[in-house]
Design a protein around this ligand. Structure first.
Ligand code: 9Z3
Length: 338
């Protein structure tokens, strides 16, 4: 597969993208449910966070057999969603189908399969009595109690995407719905989104055949969606994007570049191998300076670190969310100050 990552000839503007790529078939239905959810939160005076989570796919065929995927189990998004709920936010959890979700993530089939901690009572001759092993009871009770409370209060709404096309259309539609909340909305963009895609017009209808030996596919660049998100779709939302790198030397400069380019509130840089115990917050030192004229000193940079050796059950998302809630509250207060 060949691609030229720096080529601009194959980059789509957001406008061109939405004019040429079809929306997912369930979009209208999804959006009307989001609208109802948001209206309820407005009536109840809750702040709303959109959490995106998991990786997007890029199908190579219309009748899709093969696709390109982006790395993400959905841990960051699902864990953060729980801490936002705890902080009193209503959460729209927009996630990759089958990736981790709030609450059920504690019982992932690969790391903590629930069948392993269920017991069948041997004294029950019908074999109908099932119980939870003693060691698991406290945690399950805890998770289940919060899960039930969240469902009762209606503070969590879930949306599903698979492809990068689903993701882009949904993000645009949901962000427009959130604009009614003004500064009371927060965007937490933790999904791992493909930088490249294959436009529908270039896709093979049927499964690509292997008879010709090697495979060469030229992909186009996915539009930089943060730009219209910040400038058009939601002018007042507090926007937090994530930057994922594998080369530690690139983390700080790339996070700064993302912030300067789009002019939003926070970029959280994370290294693939260190993301569970350290992240870098980058935000503008001054919002008044022209974005294309910023230097390293124009950024405020803060590392959040946790010590997993000391406290293995600590989740860095707890500290990330606590910091963001503080900053979001300050952002809301700032608008109220004459
Ligand atoms: C992230 O960087 C997330 O923190 C992770 C979370 C994907 C690393 P897990 O779900 O992993 O806990 O397994 N997300 C953003 C990745 C991304 O695609 N960012 C774009 C980029 O780096 C900018 S929007 O260019």
């Amino acid at each position: 597969m060949s691609s030229s990552s720096e080529s601009s000839s194959n980059s789509f503007s957001a406008e061109k993208y939405f004019a040429t790529q079809p929306p997912p078939s369930t979009l209208e239905q999804d959006v009307s449910r989001v609208r109802e959810f948001v209206d309820r939160q407005v009536a109840e005076g809750r702040k709303v966070v959109l959490v995106t989570s998991g990786g997007t796919t890029v199908p190579l065929e219309l009748n899709v057999v093969r696709f390109l995927d982006n790395f993400s189990a959905g841990t960051r998004g699902a864990t953060s969603a729980e801490y936002f709920l705890k902080a009193g936010y209503a959460v729209i959890f927009m996630h990759r189908q089958f990736s981790l979700q709030p609450f059920s993530r504690h019982y992932s089939h690969s790391t903590h399969p629930f069948l392993d901690f269920l017991d069948i009572d041997p004294t029950d001759t019908d074999g109908h009595k099932i119980s939870v092993t003693r060691a698991e009871q406290a945690q399950l009770l805890n998770v289940l109690t919060t899960y039930k409370e969240v469902h009762q209060t209606g503070a969590l709404h879930t949306l599903t995407f698979v492809t990068v096309n689903d993701y882009l259309w949904m993000l645009r539609a949901v962000s427009k719905e959130l604009s009614i909340l003004g500064r009371n909305s927060l965007f937490y963009l933790a999904a791992a989104v493909s930088d490249f895609f294959l436009p529908r017009q270039k896709m093979s209808e049927h499964k690509i055949q292997s008879g010709k030996g090697s495979l060469h596919i030229e992909m186009d660049q996915v539009p930089k969606i943060l730009k219209p998100l910040v400038n058009e779709w939601t002018r007042e939302g507090f926007i937090v994007s994530f930057k994922l790198e594998t080369d530690p030397d690139l983390l700080t400069p790339k996070s700064r570049t993302a912030l300067s380019r789009y002019g939003h509130q926070v970029v959280i840089g994370n290294d693939l191998h260190r993301r569970k115990f350290e992240v870098l917050f980058v935000s503008p030192a001054s919002s008044s300076k022209p974005l294309d004229d910023q230097r390293p000193g124009d950024f405020v940079e803060t590392w959040i670190r946790i010590d997993l050796a000391k406290d293995p059950s600590k989740e860095i998302e707890e500290d990330i969310v606590a910091e963001l809630v503080k900053r979001h509250d300050a952002w809301i207060r700032e608008a109220k100050t004459p």
